[in-house]
Design a protein around this ligand. Structure first.
Ligand code: MN
Ligand code: MN
Ligand code: MN
Length: 288
């Protein structure tokens, strides 16, 4: 589908492909976005830009503009936080090295999980979990799959209850870098750092204000105001936070897979008034 040049832009700056935990391949994701009327899309896979090339190729000639994106994991006061990077230079050597480091963190965690579960005597556990993850870094659901397959537990739910869930041996946290470091990677690569889905961390209002202030001090410039499945109360709260900290407002569906009624590419609640859109500050600003 070609998007008419004069139509109002439909902007979605947060979604996932098979390059991380999404269900659609990057090219299929772009095709779906174009079909849903999205005019500007940022693919923001977890800690990788491996899908960008294929997404960009699919976007060429589709009428959809692809903006470089990524969703990075980091730590703030021992809580895992997600920071979305937008419109950075994709071939920046420092940035690519940082992404390689994030990937190594994931593998280290996978090796630790396998090690903690070694007493279960499942042959080739890490290799099999890696296969379950399609050759990528396995997470706990992949280990759970192998435990079922190996007959250790009857169901995935049991695998979590006994071996992988909170407080169990396989509940290993990844060693993510601190928030300011991750923000600086994005800024150094010419991008804009955006605090992802602020209400998802279940922080108190006071802690969320502290996080936002620290994020701003670290060089962060944007905050996701309009995200899928958010109540109007949360929308208003985050909009107020954006105004107070003078952060540019971003929006995105956080789409992972088709079929979820609360989440579709390009289906985004209108942003409250009085906010400065992050896309006015892209290298090629979007007029909207
Ligand atoms: Mn995800
Ligand atoms: Mn996230
Ligand atoms: Mn996400």
């Amino acid at each position: 589908m070609t998007i008419p040049q004069d139509s109002t832009p439909c902007i979605d700056l947060h979604c996932h492909s098979t390059a991380s935990d999404g269900a659609l391949a990057p090219d299929d994701l772009v095709a779906r976005a174009a079909d849903k009327g999205v005019s500007h899309l940022a693919l923001t896979d977890h800690d990788t830009i491996a899908g960008l090339q294929l997404a960009r190729a699919a976007a060429t000639g589709s009428g959809l503009s692809l903006i470089s994106g990524v969703e990075l994991s980091c730590v703030w006061r021992s809580q895992t936080i997600h920071v979305v990077g937008l419109d950075f230079h994709e071939s920046d050597p420092g940035f690519l090295a940082a992404l390689a480091g994030q990937n190594e963190n994931r593998w280290q965690r996978a090796r630790m999980i396998a090690d903690k579960l070694s007493r279960l005597k499942v042959e080739r556990l890490l290799e099999r979990a890696t296969e379950a993850a399609g050759g990528d870094v396995p997470g706990r659901p992949h280990f759970a799959e192998v435990l079922v397959e190996a007959g250790v537990v009857p169901k995935v739910a049991h695998a979590f209850k006994r071996h992988l869930g909170a407080g169990k041996p396989g509940d290993v946290k990844a060693c993510w870098p601190e928030l300011p470091e991750v923000v600086q990677w994005i800024v150094a690569a010419g991008g804009i750092a955006v605090l992802a889905h602020p209400r998802k961390y279940r922080l108190t209002a006071t802690r969320l204000r502290a996080l936002t202030a620290d994020f701003r001090r670290a060089g962060g410039q944007g905050i996701e105001v309009s995200v899928s499945g958010q109540s109007s109360g949360d929308l208003g709260f985050v909009a107020e936070l954006a105004r107070r900290e003078q952060l540019w407002a971003s929006q995105g569906s956080d789409f992972h897979f088709p079929g979820a009624p609360w989440c579709e590419l390009g289906r985004i609640t209108k942003m409250p008034d009085g906010l400065e859109p992050v896309w006015h500050h892209f290298r090629q600003p979007i007029e909207a």
